[in-house]
Design a protein around this ligand. Sequence first.
Ligand code: ARG
Length: 484
Amino acid sequence: MSDSSSGSGSRREVSDSSSGSGRLWGGRFSERPDEAAWRLGRSVDTDVRLWRHDLDGSVAHAAELRRIGILTEEEHTTILEGIEAVREEFAGGTFVFLPDDEDLHGAVERRLLEICGETGGRLRAGRSRNDQIANDLRCYLAEALDALVSAVRDLQSAILDQAEAAVDWLAPGYTHLQRAQPVTLGHHLLAHAWALDRDVARLLDCRGRTVGQSPLGSGALAGLTLELDPERYANALGFAGVAPNSMDAVADRDFAVEFLSGAATLAVHLSRLGEEIVLWSSKEFAWARVGDAFSTGSSIMPQKRNPDVAELVRGQSGRVIGDLVSLLVTLKGLPLTYNRDLQEDKPPVFDAVDTLMLALPAMAGTVRSLAFDRSRLADAAGGGFALATDLAEELVRRRVPFRAAHERVGEAVAACEARGVDLTDLDAASLAALLPELGDADTAALTDVATAVSRRAASLGPAPARVVEQAAALRRRIGSATMA
Ligand code: ARG
């Protein structure tokens, strides 16, 4: 067995200088790669997390080589044993990459040669790193997407717990960050949970395409002369089918773009939730207190309680958006088929997975830790002339054209402002004096915030009864039981 120290010899070497090393080429070269060029292209530190998928692909490939007689029964067994030995090394953290290992595929082949002798060199027949890496990344992403979906579901469940506890808590609703109309806190919180529900749908849709079309059998770009069966690879590795075109199969990274696009949208949703938590926990809003375990202090100001988790998650959304842009820019302008630029697909994908897998549980914990101030929210709910639209709509019921109703209530608001009161502070007589068009309307009900909210009872509205239904619908979607 040759050792793997071929990198330590003179610069000029015989043409088989790569034999036994993790560099899978060299026959036609008379010089070793330049050190800087080698460092530039070496990708083992990034690829390493694909090891399980790479080995699973190798098991499927060995079976195909055996089926068409390229491997004897004995060679097949030897290779399978070798793959399992390598698997144990990776699983146990003892696999050692050598300086001459160019990428994961080269490292695995080098190690198989060490373990199985020259039989290890037979496994490369009928495949290319181009179809291998496309397979590995697809399989990795499918698994990563499952983990991400559970993490999003858990965050939704944290939001649902809070929303169900606050179905009838009154809260001010905002547009332009100005108080607009009253809502229920449950309704507001569930808005975030529904956005996350679309994220899950996008991620699952992407998962379907990730393991939709198997690239194995494409070889470098043009398929193979060996009678390997792409369908069997697809079945063995859990793909729904086979890619229709070998050139597309090795050049395509749409599945990664779709993932990053879904990831960026999810990150933006987390950022918007984070922003609200920052606002809610400020003295100015004082809607909620973030739990100690999800807050941090200041090194100089002893009194500080900062909502750092929410801020960090808001900040990280920029990185995930950058990951999407990075891959799109890498792909733009690449001619078919494989180009080494494609090696730059993995860092943004891994970064987005890692970032979200850190952010999601931290946000779920932060949401669970929120202690909302019910009376403060209720006091704020009716302020800022939040029931002005309700009065205008009452006038519309009484046949006043909305245009005129808007004007009339606007004048009433101005009159109240001049007196330093809100519409909800007026008694029936003062309101009737300002808006005689109200006639015999129940003005007490018209100026009561809880009544105003429960009247918004259409299916998409904030009325407590609707919030209960929304929560139940979301519970069904996330597959968790409704809280007692
Ligand atoms: N490390 C490469 C990548 O990540 C694997 C494929 C290399 N193919 C090649 N022809 N050099 O894309």
